[in-house]
Ligand binder design. Structure first.
Ligand code: SME
Length: 157
């Protein structure tokens, strides 16, 4: 059984540094992908309180919503569509300071103002994306990118 998450204070980098070993411990030795994505979503939500945090999984050439924390979200996203579909197509992390200024942004909720999407790449293919949304503009930066990319690395996908 998992122990309670210890919520870290301090700078954003310090919060990630305290969170990462806890996420590693949560998913270590657990081969079930859905279980691990669910716990990672919950751990990020508990630590950072983002509006929406979760995963989309590539299935039959579409992104299909996977484990997440937050309000109900769009179920399917096609390649190249929205921030998630663009991150998939480019196989790159995308930071969006103001979603209204991102052409083609898919508004699952009008409350979401900024966003980061990190692709999960295995054997040179994008297999899914991690998406985080905030109710504040300019919420995500390269520190989030650096640490979220690290978290994505150690998921057994
Ligand atoms: N805004 C995303 C869609 C997913 S939701 O934010 C959960 C996009 O433009 O791809």
């Amino acid at each position: 059984m998992a122990e309670d998450l210890i919520i870290a204070t301090g700078s954003k980098a310090e919060q990630y540094q305290a969170l990462i070993p806890q996420i590693k411990a949560l998913i270590e030795g657990e081969p079930d992908l859905v279980a691990n994505l669910a716990n990672i979503s919950a751990a990020l939500k508990e630590q950072f309180g983002w509006f929406w945090t979760g995963f989309y999984i590539v299935k039959e050439n579409e992104l299909v919503v996977g484990p997440f924390q937050g309000p109900v979200a769009c179920t399917r996203i096609r390649k190249g569509r929205g921030v998630c579909g663009a991150s998939w197509e480019k196989a790159q992390t995308i930071i969006v300071p103001d979603v209204e200024k991102f052409p083609g942004h898919i508004a699952c909720s009008s409350l979401s103002k900024s966003e980061i999407v990190v692709p999960v790449i295995r054997n040179n293919e994008v297999v899914g994306v991690l998406d985080a949304d905030s109710e504040a503009y300019n919420h995500f930066d390269t520190t989030d990118q650096e640490y979220l990319e690290k978290i994505i690395e150690f998921i057994q996908w």
